[in-house]
Design a protein around this ligand. Structure first.
Ligand code: MEV
Length: 327
């Protein structure tokens, strides 16, 4: 058996705009997905998952993805999850020289699905690595990141950036602008996350922004403004200026609201965190439902979120330097 793990992430700045070539700065956080891969004697694939959203998920199929698990999770999330894992197996088999050996895969994840914390990227990165190694290949983290991006782009109908997958593979804070992906380092940033218990559909949300951008010039301008803001954010990160980082997170949230990807639950949690003294708060990831990230040391912020009716769970998270790893 081979086991690989990869972290989830939050976006400090730049989600959505990064799809159109603007820069973004995601940061890996200390919530991880773990994938165990074992070769089988036949050519079938059996996938089991135990995580916050897919507890008890077990599916056995012959690679055609026809089978569907009988669980209480929206169909689109299940299809996406199976799509990511299937794509990861395909990429890993390719890295291993085209093997068609059957596989037993078990996924364990601390990262809620579709909540803006990069669960699909973490599972895809860890799955490519675990399966490739189980089949005898030894890809480096950059290669796995690029293969994982190909999987995300296919599942999201070609509309994906390299941000989530590169961040998960490399760990730390990273900067992604088109094909230019760089690790920025490991700034000491205290985060509090609020989770509304829901999930956004990344493909749909990305398509919604694209439509807005095609309809209104000023939506395209908004995307450019997010890019400008990210450049300022990078300078604030370099200077260790947490107050400025917080202000820019607030600004970034406002622009994401304008692009139509926030929601009442996300906005309520953002305001609860700000009212409790967070330096800044914004939605993270595709939006719709899921998580907000607040820049805050104060335990008061987690407590305030816990008392916010729409918040199902609040927890502290910190940046992790550890990207893809083998166990
Ligand atoms: C989703 O986690 C982040 C988006 O920017 C999409 C992407 O970058 O692929 C919304």
């Amino acid at each position: 058996m081979t086991t690989s793990t990869a972290p989830g992430k939050i976006y400090l700045f730049g989600e959505h705009a990064v799809v159109y070539g603007e820069p973004a700065v995601p940061c890996a956080i200390d919530l991880r997905a773990r994938v165990h891969a074992t070769q089988r004697d036949d050519d079938r694939v059996r996938l089991s998952a135990s995580d916050l959203s897919l507890d008890g998920f077990t599916i056995e199929y012959d690679g055609d993805q026809n089978a569907r698990p009988d669980i209480n999770v929206p169909e689109n999330l299940v299809s996406a999850a199976v799509g990511y894992v299937n794509g990861a197996i395909h990429q890993a088999r390719d890295l291993a020289g085209g093997s068609d050996t059957g596989l037993e895969l078990t996924i364990e994840s601390d990262i809620p699905l579709g909540a803006g914390l990069g669960s699909s990227a973490a599972v895809t990165v860890a799955a490519i690595d675990a399966v490739a190694r189980e089949l005898g290949a030894t890809p480096d983290a950059e290669t796995v990141a690029e293969r994982a991006f190909q999987v995300e782009a296919a599942v999201q109908d070609g509309e994906a950036s390299r941000a989530d997958t590169f961040c998960s593979a490399m760990g730390g804070a990273v900067r992604v602008e088109g094909t230019d992906c760089r690790r920025l380092g490991e700034p000491d940033l205290p985060f509090v996350l609020g989770y509304d218990g829901g999930a956004g559909d990344t493909g749909q949300l990305v398509a919604g922004v694209r439509q807005l951008r095609e309809t209104y010039d000023f939506a395209d301008t908004t995307i450019g403004v997010i890019g400008d803001l990210v450049e300022r954010g990078e300078r604030a990160l370099d200077d260790g200026d947490l107050d400025e980082i917080g202000r820019l997170m607030n600004f970034n949230h406002g622009l994401l609201v304008a692009l139509g990807v926030s929601s009442r639950t996300l906005d309520d949690m953002v305001w609860a965190a700000r009212d409790a003294g967070a330096l800044g708060a914004k939605l993270t990831g595709a939006g719709g439902r899921g998580c907000i990230v607040a820049l805050a040391e104060a335990a008061d912020v987690a407590t305030a979120l816990e008392h916010t009716p729409v918040c199902e769970r609040a927890f502290e998270a910190s940046l992790t330097p550890d990207g893809l790893q083998q166990e």
